[in-house]
Each structure stands twice: as C-alpha cells, then as structure tokens.
Design a protein around this ligand. Sequence first.
Ligand code: 13P
Length: 249
Amino acid sequence: MTNKIFFIANWKMFGDLKSLKSIKRVINLSKKKKFLNAKIIYCPPYTLLNSFVIKTKKSRITVGAQNCHHKIDPGPYTGSISSNMIKKIGAKYVIIGHSENRLNGDTNEEINKKIQSAISNNLSVIFCIGENMTEKKNKKTNLVLRNQINLGLRKIKKIDKIIFAYEPIWSIGTGKIMSNNELKKQILNIKNILKNKFKKQKNRIVYGGSVNDKNIINLKQIKEINGFLVGGASQNSNKFIDIIEKTIN
Ligand code: 13P
C-alpha cells in the first residue's frame, strides 16, 4: 500500500494533562518502520494543543484543533480561537463541520468561511459531512452530502489541503454502523460528487462513527476508505493502537 492511511483521534471535550501521558506508547510505535504508512493526527481540546505539539515534536504524529473561528484577524470574539492562532501554536490540521458543531449552529455558509480561513493560514482541514437518521430514512443522504460539499466548499478551487470525513450522525457514539456494502456505496457517491466538482484532483475520504478495535477488521476491507476519524476509542491508547495495527497489518 503506497497511499497513507489516516488515523485521526478526535478527543472532543475529554482529556487533561494526565491523559496526555497515555499517548507515549502511540508516539513510540509511530516511529517504527511498519507504521510509516500510518498518518496519525491527534485533535485534543484547545487547552491541550500546546502540550500535544511539544510532546509529539520528535515523532511522526501531527496535531490538529477541533474547530476554529471564521475570522482570521484578532477581534472581540469571546471564547473563540482563530485558525491563525492554531497555526501559530504548531498544529497542522483543524476539524471543521463536525456534526456536534453543526448542532450548535454552524451552518454550511459558516463552515465555508471557516474552511477558507483555515486554508489561507495553510492549515489542512478535516471536513466533516454526514446525514442524520431522519435524512437517511427519507432517502435524502445524497442530497445532504451534495449540499454540504457544494456550500461548504464554495470558492474553494483545490482540495489538496482537505481530508473529507464521512460521519453519518446516527453512527456517532451509538455503536451503529451501516453494512460495508452501503458504506462503500456512500464513499463512492462522495467521490463522484467530488469528481464532478474538482475533476481529476485527488480526494481523500476517511470514515468516522463508532469505529473501534473490533469493527475495524471489517471496516478496513473497504479499500476506497483512506482512514478513520475515531472519537471514543481514540482516548484509550491501547484501543487506538489496536485500531492502527489491525488496519495496517
Ligand atoms: P465515535 O467514534 O465516538 O463514534 O465518534 C466519532 C466522531 O464523532 C469523531 O469525530
């Protein structure tokens, strides 16, 4: 396998300095030759970004934030962090459009501005898209994904700095995952939307939603997937290592 496989840990609103220590094993393993194809990215809460950057400095692990404000310049936005600040602290990635933030009011238009801001600061974007259960039941998945991509990527001409994360909302934290056939169909559908919009540009799509050290054996069979965005299971280093090892082996 020549292409890199992404393993992105989204720690959400979990973790403190003590839990940072637990990633030591992941850091050590990431230096081994057999991990060369694994691109490991940790996205801890803002409070741990600096510590993660320092701790992972001499390793092949990179660090990302979980969100950013759409404004680039400093300003009176209490509680917000700009992509510029994220870049300056040494992070390389930022998750944008996560459904938990869409639920908090992030519209496709707002997400588009955030993506533009991140890319202008030379950050790579982990762009989350996905349908909820009602949309799925009403057979609206295609429409939802198409809208999220078209509106979220307005004015974006190149996707080399974007990793697409397909996260069906009904799969997040529920233990429910669609069949491999259905998942493959959705990934190909996303690839098709991207191909129409961005022609021959290479796309990278990771899957997220209840990925764990057991179902990974099954999920890794889908060759169209370029990696995984892992929530709950990524907070336990042993489970996260298991997910990585089982995928690359
Ligand atoms: P879980 O892996 O806990 O389902 O979370 C997925 C997710 O939201 C990652 O961004």
